[in-house]
Design a protein around this ligand. Sequence first.
Ligand SMILES: *Cc1c(COP(=O)(O)O)cnc(C)c1O
Length: 397
Amino acid sequence: MSDQPTSQEQLATRLVEAGRREEWTHGIVNPPVYHASTVIFPTLAAYEAANANFETALFYGRRGTPTTWALEDALTSLTPGGAGTRLFPSGVAAIAAALLAVLRGGDHLLMVDSTYEPTRTLCNGLLANMGIETSYYDPLVGGAITELFRPNTRAVFVESPGSLTFEVQDIPAIAAAARARDSLVIADNTYGGPTLYPVLALGADLSCVSLTKYVIGHSDAMLGAVTASARAWPLMKAAAGQLGQCGAPDDVFLALRGLRTLGVRLDRQGATALSLAQWLAGHPAVERVLHPSLPSCPGHALFARDCAAPAGLFSFVMRQGSWPQLAALVDHLRYFKMGFSWGGYESLILPLRPGKNRTATRWPAGGPVLRVNIGLEDEADLKADLAAGLERYSAQF
Ligand SMILES: *Cc1c(COP(=O)(O)O)cnc(C)c1O
């Protein structure tokens, strides 16, 4: 599409401009925060006009206001190949809506084995109860996924890189196989989001993003989005309307605010993370670093081909030791706090059990695994904090 950003300059400018249409802002810099359920129709003619236009004009709060349109429009325009966006109260809600939009009872779903755990729980729970069968596949399968299709395979779900173990998937090869079988590709694109990983341009049909992570960026609100290709947009739009989920206005405001600084935050967090990952790769206590820009990460060549830049999230495997011994490392860190989620301005660390949920692949036995979200703190401070933690850990052997 000709109006999609093609260079960093264009993207930086678009992050500032996106969603700020004069018809929504009325000349104020930011779109206003509308709290709305009832929309008042002054005449019968206005009421009828609203009924005829309920997806694009003011109709009822759940169906959208200039606040939500501004964010949806911004995300669509930032996503190469995006035709439309709908908002959901969390990333998991967005993923559930995308799956429900596409799948019917009796369908089969191919799900990547490295997927986010709540996605797996949904497939094995509610979707299984509805007669939708899920089988799991190796994230590194590439074009050989074609052999896993069944006559009733309706969709393939990809998540690249995996958010714990960072395997990078060959999305173009998987999408080509899916297209040949008339199946749709749903992506969890929370890692790369609209600006780093152009999953729709690479062939996916639906891009689910947890805006809770980098877009909101401050660990204080939850929101999700699905951006659809032209082919999948009618399906997604209809499902979102039927499900009745919507984004709350104050959270949408925080996402719009986050968008304006997304580029600079990602640049800085990504650069600090890569530098720390390279340092950890040479550390004697560390066996392997799982960062998609490093050769030690499966699929890193695909990452270099398909993703504009790395985000600030990666994992590393310890050379020796066991889970309880991690206390020496994580209990006394100063800047790295322990907690779920990522993408915020503050650094986080989380011990992982990546083998726990796998069924199609085996996670190699070895030392414990830790994931870090790199924030906006000074790199030298973060490095000193981790170095001290690794020293406390190593002193146990
Ligand atoms: C956090 C996360 C989600 C879910 O997002 P929420 O907004 O927390 O519901 C989905 N996928 C991935 C990869 C995530 O890391």
